[in-house]
Design a protein around this ligand. Sequence first.
Ligand code: AQP
Length: 373
Amino acid sequence: MDSGATSANPFFHPTILIYEGGAAPRPLVEFSMSDIEQTYTGPERVFSGVQPSGNLTLGNYLGAIKRFVEMQDRHDCIYCVVDMHAITVWQEPEDLRRATREVAAAYMAAGVDPKRSILFNQSKVLAHAELAWIFNCVARMGWMERMTQFKEKSGKHKERASLGLFAYPALMAADILAYKATHVPVGEDQKQHVELSRDIAQKFNNDYNCPGFFPLPEPVIQGVATRVMSLRDGSKKMSKSDPSDLSRINLTDDHDTIANKFRKAKTDPHPLPGHVDELKDRPEARNLLGIYAAFADEELISVMDKFAGAQFSQLKNELTELTIAKLSPITDEVTRLMADPGEIDKVLEDGATRAREIADPIMTEVRRIVGFV
Ligand code: AQP
């Protein structure tokens, strides 16, 4: 229809809920559709996902899964294991199957209740792939080229990256909008992709002259751990695919491994500061204090008061104890659930059936709007 610039502004700036370090996690009822400049009038719905692309990290847990659990008390939530996203980089099929069940087990072990929320894996619901294709035709190359995740993951050899890695954000928009989800809890690294989903939703609504058909989904980025950093380099995100295992805490790490990784975590030579301003040029201190605050459900400032003037070794010891206390029950439960993969598969099948019930009528409308016979 048009060549990129729609009559309405396709780069609509959303209200992003970022509660920076220092602020207490606020009640989730904080967000409200009335804050959003849009004409969508349907119900609020939460959607988010995690890729089965390796061992889950502390970053995935604190930045995403822990908050998924909190949200299900107040909202209709759909939580997905995004296996189609995972194959944008090579995955051994056997590893993918195991990781898919492991992410599902981690959701449940952390407290996602598959009866209250919908829990399934993406490839079981074909609406994701179908809507992603339509969105490939709505999104503009220029929008995709600006995505920092593609730049980072494709590195110096873009021509060798998969087409899927480039188109990843269109699939993510489809994940969200196949359910007309209005809120997307994510870590900070995914903010740009949720913003792109808004642009795609808005352009679809404009191009096909169906104002308010899709909501403009809002990223919900809350808490003190929206960007957990590598333990080896405080300027780099903690990531499952980092080649250095010492850079991250995996949800499957045993106690000794957790203690060893924190012991070896990069620090600086100064005692810990007492004011948030002093963290500006001290990313490692900021990271370890932030992880402590997130696990302790405390404000960063009160954790800083506790450790002001102390050596890193004291923080590392207490952080190790706290991390083990919080993660052990989850790790044990994942191990228990993984002993019966058939049960996990049943949960995913049931979730997929419920997900299809929501997506199918939306896709029927989409096909009609697009002009498919
Ligand atoms: N370091 C992090 N701090 C806070 N949140 C994080 N998330 C990821 N890393 C951090 C959040 O976890 C959710 C699921 O992420 P994903 O599996 O979709 O992939 P990702 O964002 O690319 O995470 P990884 O661990 O870095 O995976 P790989 O290495 O496979 O790319 C998202 O909400 C994300 O923001």
